[in-house]
Design a protein around this ligand. Structure first.
Ligand code: HEC
Ligand code: HEC
Length: 168
């Protein structure tokens, strides 16, 4: 009994490790011109590395990237990402010039589930369903949109960006 339980747990852990290794290798290396930091890896599920047993030191309770439209890869800076948790606590963070945003778990850890909404100029876009476990927006909002993914997070239904974000 003891032996089989031990085997069960060991295999369970091995599976987690294998899954993380696969996820990490699918994400690939750093882009040549972007150092690891707040502007790197836009659109990727930050939490694979910045959470759990991931390799990065910074731990994020929620993180992601905001693009302009559903079809565009242009990032939107200065979008307010507003988080409201199940106790009514609120926290807001702004996307940077890469469209990235992140909430450090030392600053705000929501009581799950949590709801999110985006605000830019006079536009508001709400995610109707709550988030209960997945801490990377891109965990569900990966490109391309398909039966298993809603596609990347975007701010506008308009085809023309109001302003292009630039990082320099
Ligand atoms: C494949 C792994 C991986 C992914 C995915 C990833 N990062 Fe990182 N990140 C790192 C590593 C490694 C470092 C540098 C070493 C460290 O900080 O631990 C780093 C550093 C950072 C830093 C600077 C260190 C800090 O804590 O201030 C920020 C900010 C950051 N990443 C934000 C993000 C954001 C936002 C995303 C998603 C859009 C993201 N990262 C996706 C691995 C990753
Ligand atoms: C567990 C999966 C999941 C996670 C994690 C997730 N989303 Fe969503 N999101 C969805 C689904 C499914 C929809 C479409 C239905 C809905 O609005 O609830 C959606 C819709 C949205 C919409 C509305 C889009 C529209 O056209 O109306 C926004 C905005 C949004 N999400 C932003 C975010 C942000 C920002 C994060 C990360 C902080 C995030 N989502 C994390 C699954 C997820």
């Amino acid at each position: 009994m003891r032996v089989s339980l031990l085997l069960f747990f060991t295999l369970g852990i091995a599976c987690d490790d294998t899954r993380r290794d696969r996820e990490l290798s699918e994400l690939g290396g750093e882009a040549a011109a972007v150092a690891p930091g707040e502007l790197h890896r836009p659109g990727q599920p930050c939490g694979v590395c910045h959470g759990g047993a991931g390799p990065a030191h910074g731990r994020f309770s929620l993180s992601g990237t905001v693009f302009w439209t559903a079809d565009s890869q242009a990032p939107v800076a200065h979008t307010v990402v507003r988080i409201i948790d199940s106790l009514g606590a609120q926290y807001a963070v702004r996307s940077n010039c890469a469209g990235n945003f992140f909430v450090r778990d030392s600053e705000f850890e929501p009581h799950w589930p949590a709801w999110v909404k985006l605000e830019f100029a006079n536009k508001t876009l709400e995610m109707r369903s709550p988030i209960s476990r997945e801490r990377s927006c891109a965990g569900c909002h990966a490109d391309p949109a398909s039966a298993s993914s809603v596609g990347h997070v975007y701010m506008s239904a308009d085809a023309t960006p109001l302003l292009e974000a630039e990082c320099n």
